[in-house]
Design a protein around this ligand. Structure first.
Ligand code: FMN
Length: 340
């Protein structure tokens, strides 16, 4: 069941949500983020209590063409539901890719119609599809027809302020069999500028009956309640707020945040999971941004030279030992500040 105007507040974020025939354990979803929500990140987010996690977007044509990167993005992280996001501009490739994903164990297929990146919209996929609703619908219909698992749709409010068409597309997608809609409360032309418009999401709520997830600029539990109150959505999705704290979606859903003493262990574990997943050479590149986010959050006073030493260390042992020292010092500083 989805919640409409008669929604009661505050919403219980720990309550389960149903997407078609798939049960989701709570109402805080980790956003798909290319280059961030890879398998190690999703595993950590899940272990710390996120209700649902989504793969990085997988390009449909690349998947059909069997590229190593698309298979790496598609891989299940060892728990269910396994939600795979597909991007593409042709119904034909989307249908074939959806079938491959479903056959390889996906429980839910999400269609990406929100990505503003030029590389993606240059191929008229991502948010560019919102400029041509009829074409978008042909792609959605083909995807729904290709699989017997739930298909969901993630999009923005529209292309720009003069073409807010998410409510129309959402309704047509629901009629075509889509089981859940996610809205990032910005237009494509906003990229990530300004503030997400949580009130504007309500027009989508009023247009559809399937569950709705609201997304954009959620950071705290108060934000999560506020976006749900203003949009009338059933669940919340959080992306950048989880960078440097993969446990945060779970915390918004009611799980305990890790104690400051535990944080260095989690960071080192994440680093080692990336090494295992990518292999040492590639992992160092992937790990840098995550380590940067952790250090920004938990060791903000770390001298630049020490940060650089961590980022440029080339052996696992060296990175781990410098990282532990930096984070332990960061924890110590914040503890003594709290005590003062
Ligand atoms: C680095 C990065 C990568 C992203 N990659 C994807 C993606 O692969 N698929 C997608 O639908 N959205 C993608 N997004 C958009 C997010 O899912 C989300 O809609 C957006 O960040 C707004 O939520 P937030 O304010 O909580 O971050 C990406 C965002 C970021 C910052």
């Amino acid at each position: 069941m989805c919640l409409k105007d008669n929604q009661l507040h505050p919403i219980n974020l720990a309550a389960p949500l149903q997407i078609g025939n798939v049960s989701v354990r709570n109402r805080v979803v980790l956003a798909p983020m290319s280059g961030v929500t890879d398998m190690p990140f999703r595993q950590l987010a899940w272990r710390h209590g996120a209700g649902l996690v989504v793969t990085e977007m997988v390009a449909s044509r690349e998947l059909v063409n069997n590229t190593a990167e698309s298979w790496s993005r598609l891989r299940a992280a060892g728990f269910r539901p396994h939600m795979v996001q597909l991007a593409g501009r042709e119904a034909h490739w989307m249908a074939l890719a959806a079938k491959i994903a479903a056959d390889s164990g996906a429980d839910i297929i999400d269609i990406n119609m929100g990505c503003p990146a030029k590389k993606v919209i240059g191929g008229y996929s991502g948010s560019a599809l919102m400029r041509d609703p009829d074409h978008a619908l042909s792609l959605i219909e083909a995807t729904v027809k290709a699989v017997d698992i739930p298909v969901t749709l993630k999009m923005r409010l529209g292309w720009d302020d003069n073409s807010i068409n998410a409510p129309e597309i959402a309704k047509r997608a629901e009629d075509a069999g889509v089981k859940l809609i996610t809205i990032h409360g910005r237009t494509r032309m906003q990229f990530y500028e300004g503030k997400a418009d949580w009130d504007a999401i309500r027009a989508v709520r009023n247009a559809i009956s399937v569950p709705l997830i609201a997304n954009g600029d959620v950071d705290t539990q108060a934000d999560a309640q506020e976006i749900l109150r203003r949009s009338g959505a059933d669940a919340v999705m959080i992306g950048r707020g989880c960078q440097g704290r993969p446990w945060h979606a779970g915390v918004l859903a009611g799980a305990a945040a890790p104690s400051p003493e535990k944080i260095p262990d989690i960071v080192v574990e994440h680093y080692e999971m990336m090494l295992d997943f990518y292999g040492e050479a590639m992992a160092i590149r992937h790990a840098r941004k995550h380590l940067g986010w952790y250090l920004e959050r938990f060791a903000p006073l770390l001298p630049v030279s020490q940060k650089a030493a961590i980022m440029t260390s080339h052996t696992r042992a060296e990175v781990v030992s410098r990282l532990r020292d930096a984070l332990a010092a960061g924890v110590e500083i914040s503890r003594s500040r709290e005590a003062a």
